[in-house]
Design a protein around this ligand. Structure first.
Ligand code: SF4
Ligand code: SF4
Length: 377
C-alpha cells in the first residue's frame, strides 16, 4: 500500500481506504471480516457517514485496539430521522448524532460537514452555528481536522474559499468528470498534468481540482466505481466496461486526490479492489476506454440514498436498483426482484419531487418510479 499526504492536514493516508456504507445492517462477523481484511492490506482511512448506532458500534468494536492506526472520516449532520438516511442542520439533532459518534470512536480525525451540495446547504452550514460548532469541536480536539463532503463543484469551491476546510470528500469517476461526447474530443488523456490538463473535463470540475491544489485541500474520493455501473457491460457509459483497477487509477490520477474509498461488503470484495496494488501500468490505463463514450452517465442512479428522506418513506435507491436490474431484460425478470420491488411502498409516491431536488446526479426519480411500477408491479 502506498500513502499520500491529505492536503494541509499533513496526514498520510492509504491510497485505497474503505467506505463503510455497505457494512450497515450487516452482522458483526461480516463487519469484522471486512475491517480486518482492509487493515491487513494497510488501509488506514475509513469513511463512516452512516448514522445508525449499531453499525457504528460494530465498526468500532472490529477496529478494537487499532483505533490509533486508523483515520476515521465522520460526518457532522448525518442523521437517520424517520429510519432513513437524512441530512440535518438542526443543531440539537446534529450534536446528538455527532456526539454519539465521538462517544463510540473517542475522537474523529476528519470531521466532515455533511453534504454541501446546494446554496442552501452552504448557507445553512457556513453562515450559522453549524460551522461554529465544527470549529469548537476542532478547538477541543474532538475532531482533528475540518472537512466536508460534496457532489457539486460550484458549491464545493465556495466552501473551500472560506479557508475553513482542510480536506474534502468528493464524488469522482470519469463519467462524472467528462463532458458528453458531442462537447469534447478526448485524444490525449495521458497529458492531464500538461498544457491540456483538463481537456474534456467539465470546466467546473476542472476548476475545483485546480482550486484544491492551490489551497492544498486534499481529496478523498467517493463513487469511484459509479456504484458498480462503470464495471458493468450493461450500464457503463463507455463502449466497454472499466475494470476496478482502471476506476481506482482514474480517481487517484486527479489532482489533490489522496485516497479512494470504495465500499466493500465482504473480504472478497476487499481482495478484489486490492488487486490494484499489484496491477501493472497496462492494467491501470483507462485512456482508451473513456475516449469512447456512448452516452452521458448523468441521470443514472448510483444508489447512494442522498435523495432520502422521502415523506412516504419510500426506499428510492432500492426502487432504482430493482428497476435497473429489470431493465436489463424486461422479458426475463427474476421473480425475487419482482417480489422485492413489490414489498416496497413505491405506489405511495405523491410526486412531491423533494427527492429529485436532493439527488446530486439528476436522476428522474418520479419517472423511474412510474416505470418501475409499469415493469415490476
Ligand atoms: S436517486 Fe439520486 S440520490 Fe437517490 S439513490 Fe439514486 S443517485 Fe442517489
Ligand atoms: S417524489 Fe415520491 S419518492 Fe420522491 S420524495 Fe416525493 S413521495 Fe418520495
Amino acid at each position: 500500500m502506498k500513502y499520500r499526504e491529505l492536503g494541509k492536514t499533513g496526514k498520510m493516508i492509504s491510497e485505497i481506504g474503505l467506505g463503510c456504507e455497505f457494512l450497515d445492517r450487516k452482522p458483526y462477523g461480516r463487519v469484522k471480516e471486512v475491517i480486518d481484511a482492509a487493515i491487513g492490506y494497510g488501509v488506514n482511512v475509513m469513511d463512516i457517514f452512516m448514522p445508525g448506532t449499531e453499525v457504528r458500534e460494530n465498526i468500532s468494536k472490529a477496529i478494537g485496539n487499532r483505533r490509533e492506526e486508523v483515520f476515521i472520516q465522520g460526518h457532522i449532520g448525518s442523521t437517520d430521522i424517520n429510519q432513513q438516511y437524512d441530512i440535518s442542520r438542526d443543531m440539537p439533532t446534529v450534536k446528538k448524532y455527532f456526539e454519539e459518534l465521538l462517544r463510540i470512536f473517542g475522537y474523529i480525525d476528519f470531521g466532515m460537514l455533511f453534504f454541501i451540495d446546494s446554496e442552501d446547504d452552504y448557507k445553512n452550514v457556513f453562515e450559522t452555528e453549524f460551522i461554529t460548532y465544527a470549529e469548537h469541536l476542532k478547538a477541543q480536539g474532538d475532531i482533528r481536522h475540518i472537512g466536508f463532503s460534496s457532489h457539486n463543484p460550484v458549491t464545493a469551491m465556495k466552501a473551500i474559499e472560506t479557508g475553513i476546510p482542510e480536506m474534502m470528500m468528493f464524488s469522482i469517476n470519469p463519467a462524472f468528470d467528462m463532458l458528453p461526447a458531442d462537447q469534447y474530443a478526448l485524444d490525449n488523456i495521458d497529458k492531464f498534468f500538461g498544457g491540456e490538463m483538463f481537456r474534456g473535463i467539465d470546466p467546473k470540475r476542472a476548476a475545483l481540482y485546480k482550486l484544491c491544489t492551490q489551497k492544498q485541500v486534499g481529496i478523498t474520493a467517493m463513487k469511484t466505481l459509479g456504484a458498480g455501473k462503470l464495471l458493468s457491460p450493461d450500464h457503463t457509459p463507455y463502449l466497454e466496461p472499466l475494470t476496478l483497477s482502471q476506476c481506482v487509477h482514474y480517481a487517484l490520477s486527479r489532482p489533490s486526490v489522496a485516497s479512494v474509498l470504495p465500499g466493500c461488503q465482504s473480504a472478497e470484495e476487499v481482495n478484489s479492489i486490492m488487486k490494484y496494488l499489484t496491477a501493472i501500468d497496462e492494467e491501470k490505463s483507462f485512456a482508451e476506454i473513456i475516449s469512447n463514450i456512448k452516452n452521458d452517465f448523468r441521470g443514472h442512479c448510483v444508489y447512494c440514498s442522498h435523495c432520502a428522506p422521502c415523506p412516504m418513506e419510500i426506499d428510492i435507491a432500492a426502487v432504482n436498483k430493482y428497476l435497473d436490474i429489470a431493465r436489463l431484460d424486461e422479458n426475463n425478470i427474476p421473480p425475487s426482484i419482482r417480489s422485492h420491488f413489490n414489498a416496497l411502498n413505491s405506489a405511495e409516491c405523491i410526486a412531491c419531487a423533494s427527492c429529485e431536488n436532493r439527488c446530486p446526479f439528476g436522476v428522474p426519480i418520479i419517472e423511474n418510479i412510474k416505470d418501475a411500477k409499469r415493469i415490476l408491479a
